[in-house]
Design a protein around this ligand. Sequence first.
Ligand code: NAD
Ligand code: UDX
Length: 465
Amino acid sequence: MKKISKICCIGAGYVGGPTMSVIALKCPEIQVTVVDLNEKRIAQWNDDNLDNLPIYEPGLKEIVAETRGKNLFFSSDVDKGIDEAEMIFISVNTPTKTYGKGKGQAADLKNIELCARNIAKVAKEDKIVVEKSTLPVRTAETLKSILDNTGKGVKFEILSNPEFLAEGTAIDDLLNADRVLIGGDETPSGQAAKDSLSWVYEHWLPKERILQTNVWSSELSKLVANAFLAQRVSSINSISALCEKTDANVAEVARAIGFDSRIGSKFLNSSVGFGGSCFQKDILNLVYIAKSFGLQEVAEYWEQVIIMNDYQKRRFAENIVSTLYNTVSGKKIVFYGWAFKKDTNDTRESAAIYVADALLEEKAQIVVYDPKVSEETIYADLDYLGTRDPKENRELLQVTKAPIEATKDAHAIAILTEWDEFKTYDWKKIYANMLKPAFVFDGRRLLDKDAMASIGFKFYKIGES
Ligand code: NAD
Ligand code: UDX
């Protein structure tokens, strides 16, 4: 087994950045270089002011402060990074295809193929290539075919090492990972490559938590893990709708079932719907793969998780309209939160985008406050949907950095992200600011119903009547 001294990671995003920072922190003898074609992103990673890093994750800037310039480097010189490294992680984005065959479902592997061709072009010595991105099962075969047929005769060992971190808790998830999964060929050289990668993680994780499998099990397990997690959220969200009709309380139901050790208590928080760059994309990918093997029932089973999630977002928006006397036209609705969950500035597939879009169709006047998301991102998210003119989006929706002042003369507040600070606001003051009746729609079950009602709010909470 070879001890690695130089690692390169292609892709300086939400996975590449934090993962490599933690490897650099825990493996001081390894030189880690993170490369990206996006020069702006690299410049942000190299910014002297650590508050300007391109992504926000609790604990990240402290680690970057400790390692950057010592054994952690960010560069836009992709070729040099590849050339120097013995082990190359591919951590580029693999979004859902927006064109051609598999549009709307299959993973777009364009970036992966570009990486493979780049590695093949540059590599002069044997390399271990690690799939860190989430990929359809059997992608390693494609990678191998490109590397072996376009390279300069050097030997490539391909490993699958999917990442299980969740945003907002990425650093803790990396430092205390439940498990690390390493898939590779069951040949002597495949085993040696798996052991080399295990050795990296063994710097800080117990060996028992490092699982080795064949490549295909590893690739598939990543999709399945996300599908199971998302399925739990959709399951409890389906029950939230029933709770609202029956006077049952979804939190009490979740607690009652979660006490069963076979079910477990985690991931049973009912919400306005799951978001994030992974759940929907990975389930769609799973659905596509199942269909491509003729497994229609399997595909339909998993597709239902997404159908339920879309229903939950729609249901939340429709409830706002119907509660506000069936019209929100010209009414000021303040959104607390835009990120897909707290403690991240990531907004990909955030429920807030879809709820806003539905309310803008009804001509609501929305004011958004999010502590970490920029105005530029919020407008970009809406414009990307293409539902209306960008100009109209800017007329109907404003972004604010003053959450309390924004509630002046508002008809309603909708809580879309569970940021802790919302709990500490002076809700009496907010109530005084608003038009009466003052409505709050809590899509994250963040606030106490009785306390809000006693202030005078008409308070609606997902999963409670
Ligand atoms: P991201 O969009 O934040 O970052 C990807 C980066 O790759 C971008 O900066 C992009 O410029 C760069 N890139 C794309 N093609 C490139 C190329 N050919 N050469 C150099 N750089 C290139 O994406 P992410 O959220 O970090 O996700 C990366 C992968 O990890 C995806 O497959 C995703 O499914 C998976 N994943 C993500 C998470 C998460 O929480 N975000 C968790 C687990 C797994
Ligand atoms: C997820 C997986 O958890 C992680 O293992 C994988 O590597 C990437 O995808 P992430 O999307 O970053 O991570 O966040 P996660 O905490 O899973 O939340 C996803 C969405 O589900 C968020 O919108 C969150 O608010 C929502 N959610 C989560 C709920 O609505 N209820 C829950 O009980 C849990």
